[in-house]
Design a protein around this ligand. Sequence first.
Ligand SMILES: *Cc1c(COP(=O)(O)O)cnc(C)c1O
Length: 570
Amino acid sequence: MSLLNDYITEPKIAYFSMEIGLRDEIPTFSGGLGILAGDTVKSAADLNLPFVPVTLMSKKGYFVQEIDDKGHQTEKPVIWDPSKLMKLAPEKVSVSIEGREVFIQAWIYFVESPRGSVVPVIYLDVDLPENNEKDRILTDHLYGGDNEYRIKQEVILGIGGVRMLKKLGFEIKKYHMNEGHAAFLTLELLHTFKKDIESVWDESHIWDTEAVKDLCVFTTHTPVEAGHDNFTHELYNQVFGDYFPLNVLKTLAGEKSVNMTLLGFNLSNFVNGVAKKHGEVSQNMFPGYEINAITNGVHSFTWTCASFKKIFDKYLPGWANEPEIFVRIGAIPDEEIWGAHSIAKKKLIDYVNSTTGSDMDYDTLTIGFARRATAYKRADLLFTDLKRLEKIGKGKIQIIYAGKAHPKDGIGKELIEKIYSYKEKLKGKIKITFVENYKMDIALDLVSGVDIWLNTPLRPLEASGTSGMKSAHNGVMNFSVLDGWWIEGHIEDFTGWAIGPAAKEVEPDNNMNAIDAEDLYVKLENKIIPKYYDDRKNWIRMMQNAIGKNAYYFNSHRMMRRYVTEAYIR
Ligand SMILES: *Cc1c(COP(=O)(O)O)cnc(C)c1O
């Protein structure tokens, strides 16, 4: 009797993602991509979709971040025990890596929706005694190791994942690749549909690309060239041997190298970016493909704090499964909105003060900035002119930061050190603190407990961004560069405030720092600070708009309904 007998009753949409962030206790995610995948899965469960996600075990997780008093980040492995949360399936499959047969097992985690449906998530794991030492570690580290480690992980995810689904008894009607990491699944599917050499008039027609395209959906997430996985042909030959002919692969994944995004594009009938602008940027990067846009969303129930859940339940019952009900936000009295916010703010400030030894207070306008520490997000933009910031903000603002830098991202690590140095420089003038080890529970406390959510990416590098959608669910307005989702969510002085010029396609240019910083200071001084302290009524009106206009739309239920109608059942 299989673990999954209850779940193999109808054909499924298989959702492949290198990382899936469902909860902190399953630490197999690093940032936005993983959290989005987790929110996708939760919405699929709530909406009762026939869904089966596949990901890697990442047994050592991403990492636990520790920071010394100079702002220097060190990484500790995450210790966790999958068997406490997941069930091990008895089935095993194998893939060939450098000619060795590498065995894969599957852990199943059941995502249960409060509405009763369940989505089984499959975590692939190669830490088995029958594998050699070198191979056993391949599902240890998320984004760890070098290109060789990465391509092997992607063989396990893409090829191993397709085989495991079959072995577990699933029939699959669509394969959705969440980013290029899983694109090798298309090669395995090409094998499944391979035609008899006698039945075709030319050898090149044995690979039925049309049949595979009909089954595949591909979502791209990054507008940065370097963000697309690329492997050399040498490495491909070394790892794959004669699994799939290189000359055919070149026609699908690029002449010069194995480009995983191209592979996904060429073998999917539906391709999309994750916000309208990102769809356009991707279209320009990859001319000749039809690239759609489905703007991301966040899982409303997950990303609403307790005090707001309470008033939503009271005035807007059903909101979690039908976030459109936020259209009735005006039904909630101002005092109750402010009350819910004050509870969230107190929780955050108490947490921050007790963990970082800072002395933040409940009444000061609090600005939050938390996301992966990486160059294009420009965590230091706020500090472009320290004197000016001091003049504008002394006694009027306090700032809370959080975010991990990838262990190999030197610039990201430097950004954290810079924030620590600014914190020292502004001591006694503006309270600044950095919360260690950004993860989901800290993210929820932050997005709900601050007054303003700041985002300063360098255009057009923020494909979507999702933390601002989380803040909107808690009545926290965005103050952000017009990039990613904010181009669609922003209405000036209504849902929040823009930083810098309107969105147009601009090359990353360092002049943007000065232009954006200027606008940031002007609006902080003339719009945001006065409104917070002197015009509470209209401040609360804007909080309502964040919920009624932004959370109303930027949720993963709306996103999933679009994937269903435009990508899955077309
Ligand atoms: C939401 C979230 C992110 C992504 O935030 P962005 O604004 O898209 O950068 C990253 N990490 C954690 C823990 C999150 O909850």
